[in-house]
Design a binder for this molecule. Structure first.
Ligand SMILES: *Cc1c(COP(=O)(O)O)cnc(C)c1O
Length: 360
């Protein structure tokens, strides 16, 4: 037992999340903390709470239940609700992101049945082509319809999501479109909207650069609270509190020695049906590690902390590391430490067979 291990330094997370939140507040943005990337692990949620967050969001409703059970905070459902889960949405989420008027009507009916109010943020698709209303006129009309028709659902505001399916970068230009839509909706419904939500961690760089359009007053920040690599386009010399070292994956060496670098025999496909090319670098020293795709997803996005170690490949439960260039004398049973990617954070936090070690 004990391997692989994900070390979680909650004090680094608290500092980093606090810096992100304060930056947002200084720009008139009240950010929501997103829990899905770390599978809503309680120690991490508490660190974010200590950093000042009082609004928590996830695509998965059990994550929101976990927040509601422990903390006094607002919860937000990020994924467009399944028509089959509107009951749970109304139960566990104070707010949900939506794009289908008929689902909003279901939420309204469900909220009425439970004697509750539920808030919705209507999503506009600005080109990333995942969720949201694509057509501007229909977007404004739908918002007005929610305002007009719903008794127990309240239109809290509007939002957008970028950098996901279509890789579209948030810019002052595309986010200004959202602000313009918000102002038009406000004109038609005759009252101000509470929230104009301008995206996720990838929107942070606009705040750093002072380019965030006026009127954006919420971001939904997941990755960047925990991993500097998720604050894309934020340069290394700003926000020194951001870190890639709050989460470290440690995998134990189970076989050690020299082997050729090119496989021997007729080559077909690897464990995941990939046809691969192998560089022949002769015989080199390598370590076989007790961790694999099952624990981390795509090994190519992991970074060994020892710069003399290169990951060569992995199958479900094994990882192969070239250690020829390392200055360390690794022994059987030693561990190799790796900085994780967002995807590895998803996999490792979700996987019960990865031990979580909380460092305070
Ligand atoms: C996951 C998600 C976020 C948070 O994204 P990060 O890149 O982790 O900041 C925000 N909004 C929606 C709709 C999401 O699905």
């Amino acid at each position: 037992m004990g391997n692989p291990t994900l070390e979680i330094n909650v004090s680094l997370i608290r500092k980093s999340a606090s810096a992100v939140r304060n930056l947002c507040l200084s720009a008139g943005i009240n950010p929501t903390a997103v829990t899905k990337g770390y599978n809503a692990l309680e120690a991490v949620t508490e660190a974010l709470y200590d950093a000042g967050y009082r609004s928590f969001a996830s695509s998965r409703l059990p994550h929101l239940k976990r927040v509601k059970d422990r903390l006094s905070a607002e919860t937000m459902a990020l994924r467009i609700p399944m028509p089959s889960e509107v009951g749970e949405v109304v139960e566990y989420a104070d707010v949900s992101l939506n794009s289908e008027l008929s689902t909003i009507r279901l939420l309204d009916r469900e909220a009425m049945r439970r004697g509750k109010h539920h808030k919705v943020i209507l999503m506009r698709d600005l080109g990333d082509l995942r969720e949201g209303l694509f057509d501007e006129e229909r977007f404004v009309e739908t918002a007005c319809a929610v305002e007009r028709e719903c008794g127990n659902v309240v239109l809290r505001g509007v939002g957008t999501n970028l950098s996901c399916y279509g890789s579209v970068v948030p810019t002052a230009e595309n986010l200004s479109t959202l602000v313009r839509d918000a102002r038009e909706i406000e004109r038609q419904i005759g009252r101000p909207l509470d929230v104009v939500s301008g995206g996720a961690s990838t929107s942070l760089y606009l705040v750093v650069n002072g380019e965030m359009p006026e009127g954006i007053n919420n971001l939904r920040i997941g990755g960047a609270n925990i991993l500097r690599s998720e604050a894309r386009e934020v340069s290394d010399d700003v926000l020194p509190e951001l870190t890639n070292e709050a989460l470290i994956l440690k995998a134990e060496i189970i076989e050690l020695g020299e082997k050729p670098t090119h496989p021997i025999g007729r080559l077909g496909m690897d464990a995941f049906m990939n046809v691969k090319k192998y560089a022949d670098k002769g015989v080199r020293r390598r370590a076989l590690l007790a961790a694999g795709a099952f624990d981390v997803g795509d090994y190519e996005k992991l970074t060994p902390i020892d710069s003399g170690v290169t990951l060569l490949g992995c199958s479900s439960d094994h990882m192969i590391a070239d250690i020829e260039d390392s200055e360390r004398e690794y022994r059987l049973g030693d561990t190799i430490s790796m900085i994780v990617s967002y995807q590895a954070m998803l996999f490792a936090t979700e996987n019960d067979l990865v031990e979580k070690k909380i460092l305070y």
